[in-house]
Design a protein around this ligand. Structure first.
Ligand code: HEC
Ligand code: HEC
Ligand code: HEC
Length: 383
């Protein structure tokens, strides 16, 4: 650089520094004086609104660039996404056919109607928003730590939401739970809501219907001690799930015990979805389940997961292939290591190749649940 330019820049330096300090002092003075009103009722000046909107849009676009969206099976994911939306999002964002709760309408910025706003974003961008939330707005991040896999069900739902009528939405959000016609007396004294959020039937299996989505596990006929432990672990943040944690947080020990008793004693009368027994993965899956794989130090799955083996370990028979694969992938990623039981299974899951995990999932999904076998043989397999 030429010497005259350099000396001129050197002279400007103290001025630039002075301006910078003056700017900081001005900002601190404005903050300390209380001149700027942070009242939500005051709204933002137009320029600040514009600035925030630009910042939000650019941040979402840039940060979601590296996300690779999987193919979403809408029929499988939407019912779960809708049921969660009702519990985790609807209070702020309203549901089809419903006006926004006036309290949340007074937030700054107010939560938008996603029927019109969801189509403004791509699949990847919706994922990023729901996974990470938006600072300074009240939009929360996903509550299941590191459970990216769960967020896609909500994204699938947001994609079809613009096409949903109020009736379709209610059907999905309610699942197998029943519509109640409360009497005026009940409403006056108990104040019932239209869809009760702790109704497990909104997502899980009943005595005559499978779970609403293959990503929701069957819990009817599952081991009692396992059910209790799972609910306590969700409750105390030891097992991560953005779907189950908010529900388990509402349950106390007494409810957990009663629910585990109820589900363990539920007679599952429903067959599994028809599977083609000649599928090429079935035999390797059976072999792994019955004998394990010595070369990879994998014990037989059934030595721990067989009926009557360990009451505090889960039974796998009759779970869907999707749920089993998802949990095995989660275990392989180290997503269930906060408990001793999770750590045991993590060690085993990490030894499985992708093909083995898939084969095991195909095999267990093709098995009638032990509950059904026990039922047929007239013996109680439940503990
Ligand atoms: C406590 C209230 C609250 C809850 C709960 C909430 N949100 Fe939001 N959400 C907001 C607010 C506020 C915004 C930001 C609006 C803005 O920036 O103008 C927002 C923004 C969004 C956006 C971006 C929309 C846009 O065009 O700016 C999406 C998508 C969204 N939320 C989805 C969800 C989903 C899905 C859930 C449930 C898993 C959820 N939200 C839960 C308050 C909430
Ligand atoms: C919004 C849908 C939804 C509702 C409502 C719901 N669940 Fe779940 N539940 C799930 C999903 C999804 C999972 C799998 C979570 C995971 O990946 O850990 C799950 C997992 C479970 C598990 C662990 C099962 C296993 O094999 O590890 C238990 C136990 C359970 N739920 C019990 C309940 C009970 C009891 C209720 C009612 C008080 C309930 N759930 C309500 C969706 C739901
Ligand atoms: C040494 C005993 C043991 C063996 C062998 C074992 N598991 Fe597990 N498995 C467990 C325990 C314990 C859990 C419960 C983990 C928890 O509570 O977080 C579990 C959980 C699971 C789950 C999650 C179930 C649910 O409902 O969420 C799957 C899937 C699973 N195991 C598959 C397998 C497969 C496939 C094999 C064989 C390749 C296998 N396991 C072998 C002990 C074992």
């Amino acid at each position: 650089m030429a010497e005259p330019v350099r000396s001129r820049l050197r002279k400007l330096l103290p001025w630039a520094f002075g301006l910078f300090v003056a700017g900081i002092v001005l900002v601190l003075t404005i903050a300390y004086s209380g001149i700027y009103s942070v009242a939500a009722s005051a709204g933002h000046p137009d320029w600040l609104d514009w600035f925030f909107a630009l910042g939000k849009r650019r941040s979402v676009i840039v940060n979601s660039m590296t996300i690779d969206a999987p193919v979403l099976d809408l029929a499988e994911l939407v019912p779960l996404g809708a049921a969660h939306f009702q519990g985790g999002c609807a209070t702020c964002h309203r549901t089809p056919g419903q006006a926004l709760n006036p309290v949340y309408d007074q937030m700054l910025p107010p939560p938008p109607d996603l029927k019109t706003h969801a189509p403004m974003w791509t699949r990847e961008q919706l994922f990023w928003i729901v996974r990470h939330g938006i600072q300074f707005t009240g939009m929360p991040a996903w509550s299941g730590q590191d459970r990216d896999d769960e967020v896609w069900a909500v994204v699938a739902f947001l994609e079809v939401l613009p096409l949903m009528e109020a009736g379709d939405y209610r059907q999905y959000a309610r699942g197998h739970s029943e519509a109640q016609n409360y009497s005026i007396r009940e409403i006056v004294s108990e104040g019932k809501t239209k869809i009760n959020l702790t109704a497990c039937n909104r997502c899980h299996d009943t005595d005559d219907a499978p779970p609403m989505s293959p990503y929701v596990p069957r819990i009817g006929g599952q081991n009692k001690a396992y059910l209790k432990r799972a609910l306590r672990e969700y409750h105390s943040d030891l097992r991560q799930s953005g779907f189950m944690e908010p529900i388990a947080a509402e349950l106390d020990d007494e409810h957990i015990n009663l629910l585990a008793d109820y589900y363990a004693s539920l007679t599952v009368s429903l067959g599994n979805p028809a599977r083609n027994p000649s599928t090429p993965k079935l035999e390797p899956g059976r072999q792994l389940a019955e004998q394990g794989d010595r070369s990879r130090k994998i014990p037989a799955c059934l030595s721990c997961h067989g009926a009557n083996k360990r009451p505090d370990y889960p039974r796998l028979d009759g779970q869907s292939e999707q749920y089993l694969r998802q949990q095995l992938q989660l275990l392989q990623r180290g997503g269930r290591t906060k408990t001793p039981h999770g750590a045991i299974m993590t060690t085993i899951a990490k030894r499985l190749t992708e093909q083995q995990a898939e084969a095991a999932a195909v095999f267990f999904a093709s098995q009638p649940s032990a509950e059904q076998v026990g039922h047929k043989a007239g013996e109680g397999l439940r503990q």
